[in-house]
Design a protein around this ligand. Structure first.
Ligand code: SF4
Length: 405
């Protein structure tokens, strides 16, 4: 089988060329072709000797995941469903703005963590993505969108906020991050590459030895009791431990960056004024920015998005307590590409997706039974006669067809 060169960071590619009996500088040349020029054809790599190009064609390939489906939202956001083989496909979203282009990248096929407000979690989990499948999403998006008039790639920022928990795929994610930030590859600034985690504390503790990328923390609740419900990994790594671990990482960075606290606002669940006050107290000794994300509805969830006034009240309380607070604008919910809505295709190993579908069926059945009972009650009040379920079906069947127009 040919070696996919997207699976290697700079160091690994250098070692691979050495194994092939080639000079180390070949790694730099090839890396630049792949990431600076977006090239996947060895024949086009004109500064490589012809014999080396022939050899590479026999032994290696440059293969990003293949696109299965592509959608463009009314606001210009693009979403791709990418085939990662073995019955799995992941979603990648490009969000264009005036001064940047942000790519939301997936790191796993599905997710094992099952946060209650997230569509990905409901699909269960299949496997970690390879380095090639992660960096390949950036490669694909740049390739598809093409360089701008200034000669730069459109992807200027990357957030690991797509499908999966990035820190549960630690090694492959670290290799992909190093390619995003490596000068010979995409050379993105550490401020423009963000890992978003639900709080895998041992992995956050390891981060400082591997990267200096920016960090976002999915908090979503101001206390352990509520967070245990919304983000189940909290039962293992509670809030205090999580904040201690994040501070430890931020302290090792050479600049004065602060983490972003992500807080999905769910109507009637975590959006009360009291929650905002509690959050303000919780974070008072924890330098951070807070990003509020109004919940984005999806099938299999009964949660609702809060009203504009409760979002604004929540924001105001935090603002008055001295925090920098942003409210994330909902983008691309018309194509299911907003935060928490991503679903690919997951060959679920956990059987969780089936359990959720079964539960939804039972709920639908219960609802239709209770509607029927209500209708019966109304009918009984009007006619003085009670109908059985069989009567209702019979009424439906006996009803004469509507005349055609
Ligand atoms: S929010 Fe993130 S960690 Fe939680 S289930 Fe969704 S993808 Fe997994």
């Amino acid at each position: 089988m040919k070696q996919n060169l997207l699976d290697f960071d700079f160091q690994q590619l250098t070692a691979w060329f050495a194994e092939q009996g080639e000079k180390p500088f070949r790694a730099r040349q090839v890396l630049r072709w792949i990431y600076k020029s977006g090239e996947h054809d060895f024949d086009a790599m004109s500064d490589l000797a012809k014999t080396l190009r022939e050899k590479l064609k026999q032994t290696a390939c440059i293969q990003a995941p293949m696109v299965m489906r592509e959608e463009t939202a009314s606001d210009g956001t693009r979403k791709w469903l990418l085939d990662v083989g073995t019955g799995n496909a992941v979603e990648t979203v490009f969000i264009p703005e005036d001064d940047r282009g942000t790519l939301c990248v997936s790191t796993q096929a599905g997710c094992a963590l099952d946060c209650s407000f997230c569509a990905t979690g409901k699909q269960g989990f299949n496997r970690n993505l390879t380095t090639a499948e992660i960096i390949g999403q950036v490669w694909w998006a740049n390739h598809e969108l093409g360089k701008g008039a200034d000669g730069n790639w459109p992807v200027t920022n990357v957030v690991l906020m797509g499908m999966g928990e990035p820190l549960l795929n630690f090694e492959n994610v670290m290799d992909a991050l190093s390619l995003m930030m490596e000068d010979q590859a995409y050379g993105l600034s550490k401020r423009r590459v963000t890992i978003s985690t639900s709080g895998v504390v041992p992995a956050i503790d390891r981060l400082k030895n591997h990267t200096d990328a920016s960090l976002a923390v999915s908090l979503h609740a101001p206390n352990d009791e509520l967070r245990n419900e919304l983000v189940p990994i909290n039962r293992k790594y509670p809030i205090k431990e999580l904040l201690r671990s994040v501070s430890g990482y931020m302290d090792t960075l050479s600049d004065r960056r602060v983490p972003v606290i992500e807080y999905t606002l769910i109507a009637g669940v975590n959006d009360h004024r009291q929650h905002a006050r509690e959050l303000a107290v919780l974070l008072k000794d924890f330098p951070c920015k807070i990003n509020l994300i109004p919940f984005n509805p999806f099938a299999l969830s009964d949660y609702r998005r809060p009203s504009s006034s409760s979002i604004s009240n929540f924001r105001q309380i935090l603002h008055e307590a001295g925090y920098t607070v942003t409210v994330r604008t909902t983008r691309a919910d018309d194509i299911g590409a907003a935060c928490g809505q991503l679903v690919g295709e997951v060959g679920d190993n956990t059987r969780r997706s089936q359990r959720y579908r079964d539960a939804a069926e039972v709920q639908k059945d219960n609802e239709s039974r209770s509607n029927l009972e209500q209708n019966n009650e109304t009918a009984a009040q009007v006619t003085g006669k009670r109908f059985s379920r069989a009567d209702n079906l019979a009424v439906a069947i006996d009803r004469p067809p509507r005349p055609s127009v």
